[in-house]
Design a protein around this ligand. Structure first.
Ligand code: C5P
Length: 235
């Protein structure tokens, strides 16, 4: 039962090297969860870390948030596909053509195995509405920008988006049942929030329509990460 629920949890392996990554992975082995490799670990260890984590049996979300001209992103994705990530992502603000070319590259190379999913980052949660409008010159409000970019991503052939769980309900409505909503900012009901301000518990996030939940520090900083993972759902 817990193992089925854990299949919706993506643990953010935000550590600065292979030893720490593998130590954490071994503690979580067999639990059913995913691992997320972000820019820090990827920059230090290179793509080989993906294979090492996959060999321990984890599905992998490679969180590099690609954003460049369409040709460059398409070619980067063709390169990345060789490493076997199960979810990869791009910034929606790269535009329709960039996302469509990225989706083409993913579809072309997934072959017969279960297809790699391509998702988009809408608006970084580190950006406020004020920064979005005043510094970046975006005319519409934050929520309209998130929904607009998610719909653009869907038209371009992406499988889903990364969004705050607080926006999940609106996006589930705007983008339908099959669109993947991957939501960070998740905290167990009984835990600390760290620096995340707008948090939800795992059960709340699922209720509002999240498909996968990204959880970092509550698990990675725990003395017993597997125990925390298995009690995430306790209310
Ligand atoms: O430790 P914590 O659970 O806050 O980690 C959340 C993970 O999700 C981190 O890897 C962070 O970079 C990522 N993330 C986020 N908010 C976003 C996108 C990604 O917290 N909007």
């Amino acid at each position: 039962m817990i193992k089925e629920l854990n299949k919706k949890i993506i643990v953010a392996v935000d550590v600065d090297g292979k030893e720490k990554a593998l130590e954490l992975a071994r503690k979580l082995q067999g639990s059913g969860c995913w691992l997320k490799v972000g820019l820090e670990l990827y920059s230090i260890e290179g793509p080989a870390i993906l294979q090492e984590l996959k060999e321990l049996g984890f599905p992998i979300f490679l969180d590099l948030k690609l954003h460049d001209i369409p040709n460059t992103v398409e070619r980067a994705i063709r390169g990345l596909m060789a490493w076997g990530a199960d979810i990869i992502n791009v910034h929606c603000s790269g535009g329709y053509e960039m996302m469509a070319r990225a989706a083409e590259a993913v579809h072309a190379q997934s072959g017969n195995r279960q297809r790699t999913k391509l998702i988009g980052v809408t608006v970084l949660t580190s950006l406020s509405e004020k920064v979005l409008q005043e510094d970046l010159g975006v005319g519409r409000g934050l929520e309209s920008q998130v929904i607009g970019l998610a719909q653009l991503a869907q038209r371009a052939g992406l499988d889903g988006v990364v969004v705050s769980a607080k926006e999940a309900a609106a996006l589930r409505q705007a983008c339908g049942e099959d669109f993947l909503l991957v939501t960070p900012g998740i905290r167990p009901a009984w835990g600390e929030k760290n620096d995340q301000v707008r948090v939800m518990t795992p059960r709340e996030a699922i209720k509002v329509g999240s498909s996968y939940l990204v959880v970092g520090r509550p698990i990675t900083r725990a003395a017993d990460p597997l125990r925390v993972l298995n009690h995430l759902w306790d209310e």
